[in-house]
Ligand binder design. Structure first.
Ligand SMILES: NC(=O)c1ccc[n+]([C@@H]2O[C@H](COP(=O)([O-])OP(=O)(O)OC[C@H]3O[C@@H](n4cnc5c(N)ncnc54)[C@H](OP(=O)(O)O)[C@@H]3O)[C@@H](O)[C@H]2O)c1
Length: 311
């Protein structure tokens, strides 16, 4: 099978296409033919070697955590059968940037009617991050006020839509060029961070979700309501220090580490089927354009998501 691999850590140029053996599904896994694979910032962080302490230095590595495609092979009694259209977030060994991937049935979900392969591939990791972050922040109740920082990015664009689907009143933060896009996601209020400091707002929020991890608990504490949570996607020392004192405070600091989950993906698929969540794909690339795709994701300027298109 064709795969986009790295044989060493480095810049976007280390991504190369190669022919590898098709992986064999283990017990409880299906083999899927990948039609589209999502691209996330964590992919370039792994490629550059900045996560090698956690994820190891074994090569060749196939990056990529998001896949959408068709089941090629499954156990007879599986609820997934050859031909089914499915999507998934893969666990931390990755393997998404390839024509075939093996996926645990526990992480797999049918693609909702009306969604394309590219939209499905754009969804799992980013949408699961938002859903699991809101759950970690104690959940969202009807009428809760939620602020999403980085609302135009992969995680943020799902966070706005998922929070709205849960009944929240959403304030979304983005730059001037993304105001129309973020309005189209259904945000109740949009703040342009280039002209307004959202941490000075008079509104008090039940949840501040820092989807791009560009702010801090210290800065946002003022705008949290009593019992409110600040939750970020990339913890730093300051966040961990504040989190250690959560038990002494009414306002809490936390971070999310997304996990694959077929059950959580079902919740998101249901929102997609009901038209409450619509992934936005800014651009798609061929596997042979891997370096260009990584140059783009590394800019931190992508609107919505970018994906590889294989079929
Ligand atoms: N812990 C986890 O489990 C987990 C899961 C997923 C992602 N993450 C991390 O979360 C971060 C965001 O991921 P992502 O997929 O959403 O990234 P992304 O799609 O690359 O984010 C790009 C977006 O961020 C916006 N942005 C850039 N700087 C900003 C700022 N200072 N304030 C507000 N918005 C800003 C950009 O819009 P403008 O150019 O208009 O500003 C752009 O639309 C990454 O570091 C990623 O690795 C962690």
């Amino acid at each position: 099978m064709k795969a986009l691999i790295i044989n060493s850590f480095g810049g976007p140029e280390v991504l190369k296409t190669d022919e590898l053996a098709i992986p064999k599904p283990g017990r409880g896994e299906v083999l899927m033919r990948v039609h589209s694979a999502g691209i996330n910032p964590v992919d370039y962080k792994i490629r550059s070697g900045s996560m090698k302490m956690v994820l190891g230095k074994k090569f060749p590595k196939i990056l990529g955590f998001d896949v959408a495609g068709v089941v090629e092979q499954a156990a007879k009694k599986s609820r997934f059968q050859p031909g089914d259209k499915v999507f998934a977030m893969l666990p931390f060994k990755g393997g998404g940037y390839a024509e075939f991937a093996t996926v645990s049935e526990d992480n797999l979900c049918h693609i909702p009617e009306g969604s394309t392969m590219k939209e499905a591939a754009a969804t799992p990791l980013a949408a699961l991050t938002a859903l699991q972050a809101f759950r970690k922040a104690g959940g969202i109740a009807e009428g809760d006020r939620v602020l999403v920082n980085g609302a135009s990015g992969g995680v943020g664009s799902f966070a706005v839509q998922i929070a709205k689907a849960m009944g929240a009143e959403v304030t979304a933060v983005c730059s001037t060029r993304n105001i129309d896009f973020v309005n189209s996601l259904g945000a109740d209020k949009v703040i342009d961070y280039t002209s307004e400091d959202f941490s000075r707002l008079k509104t008090r929020f039940h949840v501040v979700f820092d989807a791009v991890a560009k702010s801090s608990f210290r800065k946002n504490r003022r705008i949290l309501s009593r019992g409110g949570d600040y939750i970020t996607t990339v913890p730093n020392r300051g966040l961990l220090w504040h989190k250690a004192f959560n038990f002494t405070r009414k306002k809490k600091a936390d971070f999310i580490l997304v996990k694959p989950s077929g059950d959580d993906l079902e919740i998101i698929a249901d929102m997609m089927a009901r038209g409450l969540v619509k992934p936005y794909v800014q651009q798609s690339f061929l596997l042979s354009e891997g370096s260009a795709a990584h140059e783009m994701i590394e800019t931190e300027r992508v609107r919505g998501k970018i994906v590889f298109h294989l079929v």
